[in-house]
Design a protein around this ligand. Structure first.
Ligand code: SF4
Ligand code: SF4
Length: 112
């Protein structure tokens, strides 16, 4: 069963999970990152890296966040060209660059 990114990622999205994923199955999803449900090998390596406990194995997603199971999977059915998430170090560099998507993301969340 794949792992799923849920609500606590929103506004944080620090890309720490990306650094440890052995199969690069974490993708950009706008407000949060997304795990590809078919590429994920269920290793669980990303779970302890998340500072806000946003990642769950699909059968253990808390009731209030069950909608994120579909939210992780549906974008991959809709389009095959979603960009893979970049490594944390690169994300942090972009965060400091005014006008970049990363900088705008934290501006939206009052953290720029
Ligand atoms: S469980 Fe493993 S394979 Fe799946 S997203 Fe996390 S690190 Fe990647
Ligand atoms: S480690 Fe957690 S908060 Fe950071 S990007 Fe991944 S899911 Fe989001």
């Amino acid at each position: 069963m794949p792992f799923v990114v849920t609500e606590p990622c929103i506004g944080v999205k620090d890309h720490a999970c990306v650094d440890v994923c052995p199969v690069d199955c974490i993708y950009e999803g706008g407000e949060l990152l997304l795990i590809h449900p078919e590429e994920c090998i269920d290793c669980g390596a990303c779970v302890p890296e998340c500072p806000v406990d946003a990642i769950f194995e699909v059968s253990t997603v808390p009731a209030q966040w069950k909608g994120y199971i579909a939210a992780n999977a549906d974008p991959f059915r809709a389009s095959a060209d979603r960009p893979r998430a970049i490594l944390r170090e690169r994300w942090e560099v972009l965060r400091g660059q005014e006008g970049s998507p990363a900088h705008r993301y934290y501006q939206r969340h009052g953290k720029a």
